[in-house]
Design a protein around this ligand. Structure first.
Ligand code: NAP
Length: 281
């Protein structure tokens, strides 16, 4: 990498951010396309100070992660209508006006697209049925993406009121845990943190019910093979791991920032390689 005065600056702001896989994915993509750019992780407490600093330093674009996806709204000059509907921004694009050098901040959400593209690789979405576990920030983006693609979505969550709220916001279905045995659908998605390290023996659904689904996606990526995916695979389901959504949401960010077609294979390989390294530490 040859960093010089023309190097384009990208990065991720969050707190914590040290665990993020986005730097390896984006730096691999920049390198593969010979773009003079670099992507760095930045631990940020104050979004207000960070946005001022990023603009002043000439950053081109950044990813936003927990806990800033909602608080960033107060510092945007333009918000993509989908991000506004979902209520979360995970991508910033900074644009400089050539006449007055003023920098404006544009906010997007690519999580919904990432989940949708990951599933669309394996199943026809229009008119499919999906059971979505969870009602947090990721659930909102996933349920939105599927609903907009014509999927009949039902949400289920440990705290039922939050699932009811999500269902009423989106205009989709709602289910209780006690309904699970009677639900049949083409798609099951886990958007909760259940099964994530260190609680890798946990799962959202009893294995005997997994035969009611054709495709099972888990957006947890640490570990990559969650208990849910292992058991779904044993039942003969098509399984999609958490890297797929991460990859596609990152690819959509890359396109927003550079205007270029993202090198998906390079990005996926970089993610897999990094996860392997971390598993062996
Ligand atoms: P969040 O807003 O905090 O929501 C967490 C969700 O998990 C809630 O629905 C919560 O239920 C549920 N939950 C947590 N512990 C549970 C338990 N023990 N039993 C049942 N349900 C439980 O978090 P988020 O931002 O949506 O993120 C959720 C997961 O998605 C994280 O693991 C994150 O790393 C992953 N993620 C992956 C990607 C990707 O690209 N692959 C992108 C975004 C997020 P309650 O409402 O009952 O608390």
């Amino acid at each position: 990498m040859n960093i010089n005065g023309k190097t384009a600056l990208y990065g991720i702001i969050g707190n914590p951010v040290g665990h993020s896989l986005s730097p390896v994915m984006h730096n691999a993509a920049l390198k593969a396309l010979s773009i003079n750019g670099v992507y760095v992780p930045m631990n940020v407490e104050s979004v207000a100070n960070a946005v001022t600093g990023l603009k002043e330093l000439g950053f081109n674009g950044v990813s936003i992660t927990i806990p800033h996806k909602e608080t960033i709204f107060d510092f945007l000059d333009w918000i993509d209508p989908v991000a506004e509907r979902i209520g979360a921004v995970n991508t910033l694009l900074f644009q400089k006006n050539a006449e007055d050098n003023l920098v404006t901040t544009h906010g997007f959400n690519t999580d919904w697209l990432g989940a949708r593209m990951a599933l669309a690789d394996h199943v026809t979405l229009k008119n499919a049925r999906a059971l979505v576990f969870g009602a947090g920030g990721a659930a909102k983006a996933v349920a939105y993406g599927l609903h907009e693609a014509g999927v009949k979505v039902q949400v289920v969550n440990r705290t039922e009121d939050k699932a009811r709220e999500l269902a009423s916001w989106l205009g989709c279905g709602f289910a209780s845990y006690s309904d699970l045995a009677s639900i049949q659908a083409e798609i099951l998605v886990n958007t909760t943190s259940v099964g994530m390290v260190p609680n890798i023996d946990e799962t959202v659904i009893p294995p005997e019910l997994l035969g009611n689904f054709e495709v099972v996606m888990d957006i947890v990526y640490a570990p990559l093979q969650t208990r849910l995916l292992r058991e779904a695979s044993q039942k003969g389901c098509i399984v999609i791991d958490g890297l797929a959504m991460l990859l596609y949401q990152g690819a959509a960010q890359f396109e927003i920032w550079t205007g270029q077609r993202p090198p998906l294979n390079v990005m996926r390989e970089a993610l897999e390689h990094e996860l392997l390294l971390r598993e062996n530490i």
